[in-house]
Design a protein around this ligand. Structure first.
Ligand code: C5P
Length: 241
């Protein structure tokens, strides 16, 4: 397909979405891996994959899940030849690395957390369009509402960065395949997002406007918010677009 915004075709090759869904979800307190916890009746990972399919800009989707769920995951995901399930890893980076290995022909990667289940397809389209426009690394960003402080091991504040220069970063994070592969080439890397690894290469990471609905479902409160959004509750001012 390789179709970008407004039907413009990607000239470089397949766009592959990597969906890390192998986390244990300890902070959510559920009795199953987080990505499989239902939101509005559908497992988060299903909603995330549906969003990627609906964007129309993704050729293939690789979903990384815990080993014991590889067999069962197919039954909760949308039926599509474009979707494949593989085994994830211990850390999120291990799960993404498994996806990189499984897609040797990719021209672009969109790495998208299963836990960002309500991400609007329109945001996915915008990330992909920036890649096609020639940017090597693209991340959605939103302003932070809280003042952020750094603290030492004892919890004593060590600094207060200027909030106007801070952003909370969401997914999907888009990369040309060669850049993301290079970022993951160094062994033993640890990072909480993929752009963090790309930054270490000295590659410029472009931010675009994120979307409040792309929030990561992490805590029981997040889950209730997601349920309320899907139920169509009046959240005016809560998830203002
Ligand atoms: O733990 P965190 O909320 O940062 O996880 C973000 C995403 O990475 C989730 O969708 C989770 O399932 C995934 N993940 C993974 N493999 C791990 C840890 C997290 O695929 N080992």
């Amino acid at each position: 397909m390789n179709t970008f915004d407004n039907g413009v075709r990607s000239t470089r090759g397949p766009v592959v979405a990597l969906v890390p869904a192998a986390g244990r979800g300890v902070r959510l307190g559920a009795n199953m891996p987080k990505a499989f916890v239902p939101v509005g009746g559908s497992p988060m990972v299903r909603l995330a994959v549906e969003g990627l399919l609906a964007s129309g800009v993704v050729d293939r989707i690789l979903v990384m899940v815990p080993a014991e769920l590889v067999e069962g995951a197919g039954s909760v995901l949308p039926r599509s030849d474009a979707v494949r399930v593989i085994v994830g890893g211990i850390e999120r980076t291990d799960s993404v690395r498994a996806g990189l290995v499984a897609a040797p022909d990719a021209a672009y990667f969109l790495v998208h957390d299963a836990a960002r289940a309500l991400t609007p397809p329109e945001l996915i389209v915008r990330v992909a369009a920036e890649l096609e426009a020639g940017h090597s690394a693209v991340v959605p960003a939103v302003a932070v509402a809280d003042t952020i402080k750094s603290v030492d091991a004892a919890g004593v504040v060590t600094g207060t960065p200027d909030r106007s220069g801070l952003r909370a970063i969401q997914t999907p994070q888009g990369f040309t395949a060669d850049v993301l592969r290079a970022a993951y080439a160094s062994a033993g890397v640890a990072a909480t997002d993929d752009a963090g690894l790309v930054e270490r290469l000295g590659v410029a990471v472009r931010t675009i406007a994120g979307d409040p609905l792309a929030f990561k479902i992490t805590t029981p409160l997040d889950l209730r918010l997601a349920e309320a959004v899907l139920a169509g509750s009046d959240l005016t001012g809560t998830v203002a677009r």
